[in-house]
Design a protein around this ligand. Structure first.
Ligand code: SF4
Length: 184
């Protein structure tokens, strides 16, 4: 049973990588560069740094730095100094980067495949995959990078939603992003 599940998920991941590679050819991007760009489009302001990309992708700092340089040279991301702490540099996805992701991520054929599921099947698949991911994250101890709205520091106050860790307000968009400080 475990082998079959593993094979299914591995095959899905493999197909996605192949399709992603094809989609990235239009800009001459490698999958790792596309993964870094996608991560930066989904993470919050505490996670859009070289260190966080390195942690998220589980690659060496050298590989990630090279990938980020290529994304920057193609004007898909830009570097912005933090307003409060000049030692921190944020990596922001540009309009060209967002446009590229809109066209390529997820790959069109993946969308076609999901469209073939009924609403209930799609919901059930999402719930099951989420459970597998949660369990796998717990088993590996790699529990960071969750969605902000599910974090234990996400607090509703009379002034709106606040991050209990940083004490900063969170917008309705912030709470949908992933965060390296996430704790379940
Ligand atoms: S509430 Fe949690 S996930 Fe959200 S910004 Fe704060 S630490 Fe990150």
């Amino acid at each position: 049973m475990n082998d079959e599940l593993f094979n299914l998920i591995e095959r899905l991941a493999n197909l996605l990588r192949q399709e992603t590679r094809l989609e990235g050819q239009s800009l001459g991007l490698q999958p790792v560069q596309q993964e870094a760009l996608y991560f930066l489009s989904t993470c919050n302001r505490y996670s859009d740094t070289t260190l966080a990309v390195t942690e998220y992708l589980g690659l060496t700092k050298g590989t990630v730095s090279q990938s980020l340089k290529i994304l920057e040279s193609k004007s898909l991301i830009l570097r912005v100094k933090d307003k409060k702490d000049k030692r921190i540099t944020h990596l922001k996805v540009t309009k060209a980067g967002h446009d590229f992701l809109m066209k390529t991520c997820p790959p069109q054929k993946f969308t076609d495949a999901i469209t073939g599921l009924s609403v209930d099947e799609a919901l059930d698949t999402k719930m099951l995959l989420k459970k597998v991911l949660n369990n796998y994250q717990l088993a590996t101890g790699r529990t960071a990078f969750g969605v902000c709205k599910h974090c234990k520091f996400n607090q509703k106050t009379s002034d709106g939603i606040v991050c209990g860790l940083t004490k900063e307000p969170l917008s309705s968009n912030d709470i949908l992003l992933i965060c390296r400080e996430y704790v379940s």
